[in-house]
Design a protein around this ligand. Structure first.
Ligand code: MN
Ligand code: MN
Length: 468
């Protein structure tokens, strides 16, 4: 009987998918490397909260690693490293490989914008002797989650004379922070009857920024005047300069370990800076010249649908590949047709508190490694880029051959919702593309959670793909 059982067990092991927590499939040594790697990730998350800062971080890191600005028709050969910055909000990096680009390149794509509250063009106002900023939320958020938390302000202001001034307030230990106010529960009877999407309405996402009046009896709106006087002193701006500004209110939280075992990281904007950081560091850590030219694109505007000239619906990636091909006297179209892309974005992790929205046999779990998602989209796979069986097979071998802990995933139960990533836009360029990424808890909340092991395995996956 005992022997019979073990035969079945052996057969089961041979024929059936064996589910096992990724930590138990990773050596203690590798777990140590994983934890060390994540220290760098946390520093990045505190330094680069918005797309401009992430783009600047990537540019600085690239320059440090010997990357040179890309120019049209420049002479390039194997081992050369180049980068291109698109309007300070998106970056493309390329490490020229040994094989000719006409055989295709390896692209890793991730986005560096995250959900947040943007200031309106005319944001500053005073009401009942307190000063506020009007906002317009960016990306899909549960609006109520953004009230009563500390907010920092990041971005850029273009002044009337065309000069620009950078803004970052709320990150330093001694900085002030800002806050969207909410009602006390004692008086929220009517508010609590509102639909959850309206508990805080869009026009109620007003950020409290000051309350001390300017000491002068001669004018009205003295609090507002006090604020603009302070801003004028600090940044040399007037109220009209907000019109040509991009100011983003983001949670002022720092990236922190989560759990007694420190196995997870809580931070603002894992979506999708976790894939941006892993792709970037994997490319920059390439010591040897890769076989295929390795390209990393860190894009903007994914959270609003990828439209606009810094999003991947625009042609900037396509133009870059065309220009790169031209440096070798090759045709951009040929390069694209033979290229492969890991389109990296976070996926929903199974949350035992809310088990009903995901289908357990096919969804992703934290600590089960990098997620490979064959298709996204919603309902009847609407809006999806569905990777071919051949390409999934190829990626499966890539993961297994390199000892990477990985899993499959999907974005929720079939009829429930869904969503898309930039994968479709790259696939539309005739590139073999598949979604990969890190499973996330509380996605799009001010504080999102990932597991360190999954972050590290995503890095390892990019490292394997980009060094091929
Ligand atoms: Mn994303
Ligand atoms: Mn997102």
């Amino acid at each position: 009987m005992e022997k019979e059982k073990s035969k079945a067990k052996l057969l089961q092991e041979k024929l059936c998918i064996q589910r096992k927590n990724g930590v138990l499939r990773t050596s203690e040594e590798d777990m140590k490397l994983c934890d060390e790697y994540c220290e760098g990730y946390k520093r990045f998350m505190d330094e680069a909260k918005i797309e401009r800062e992430a783009a600047e971080y990537a540019e600085n890191a690239a320059v440090k690693a010997g990357y040179k600005p890309f120019e049209k028709n420049m002479k390039l050969s194997a081992g050369d490293k180049v980068y291109y910055v698109n309007r300070k909000k998106a970056v493309i990096l390329a490490h020229i490989g040994k094989e000719p680009v006409s055989k295709g390149v390896h692209i890793a794509a991730a986005h560096i914008d995250s959900p947040r509250l943007d200031l309106k063009q005319n944001p500053l106002y005073e009401s009942e002797e307190t000063a506020y900023f009007k906002t317009h939320y960016y990306g899909g958020i549960k609006k109520y989650q953004w009230s009563a938390i500390p907010l920092a302000l990041h971005g850029v202001i273009i002044k009337a004379d065309g000069t620009s001034v950078r803004v970052s307030v709320g990150e330093d230990e001694n900085d002030p922070v800002f806050c969207v106010t909410d009602l006390l529960p004692h008086l929220a009877q009517d508010q609590m009857k509102r639909n959850a999407s309206e508990i805080i309405r869009g026009e109620e996402l007003n950020i409290l920024i000051g309350s001390r009046p300017f000491r002068d009896d001669d004018v009205s709106e003295k609090v507002k005047l006090g604020i603009i006087a302070l801003l004028n002193e600090k940044y040399g701006i007037t109220e009209a300069d907000f019109i040509s500004a991009e100011l983003e209110a983001v949670p002022a939280f720092k990236a922190k370990d989560i759990g007694f075992d420190r196995s997870m990281i809580g931070a603002y904007g894992h979506d999708d800076k976790v894939c941006a950081y892993t792709a970037l560091t994997a490319l920059l850590s390439c010591k040897e010249t890769p076989e295929k030219t390795a390209v990393v694109v860190l894009t903007d505007k994914e959270e609003t649908g990828s439209d606009g000239n810094t999003g991947l619906c625009s042609s900037y990636l396509e133009y870059f590949i065309h220009d790169l091909a031209q440096c070798f006297g090759e045709d951009g179209r040929t390069v694209l047709s033979r290229s492969e892309c890991l389109s990296a974005d976070v996926n929903a992790a199974f949350d035992p508190t809310f088990p009903d929205v995901l289908e357990r046999r096919n969804c992703a779990f934290i600590n089960y490694g990098v997620v490979v998602t064959k298709f996204t989209g919603s309902r009847g796979k609407s809006g999806t880029s569905d990777a071919s069986a051949e390409f999934v097979g190829r990626v499966r071998r890539l993961m297994d051959d390199n000892g990477i802990v990985w899993q499959t995933g999907e974005l929720g139960k079939v009829d429930l919702g869904g969503g898309g990533t930039v994968a479709a836009y790259i696939a539309n360029l005739d590139v073999d593309t598949i979604d990969v990424g890190v499973p996330v808890l509380c996605m799009h909340a001010p504080y999102e959670i990932v597991s360190k092991l999954d972050v590290y395995m995503t890095y390892k996956a990019f490292e394997a793909f980009l060094s091929e």
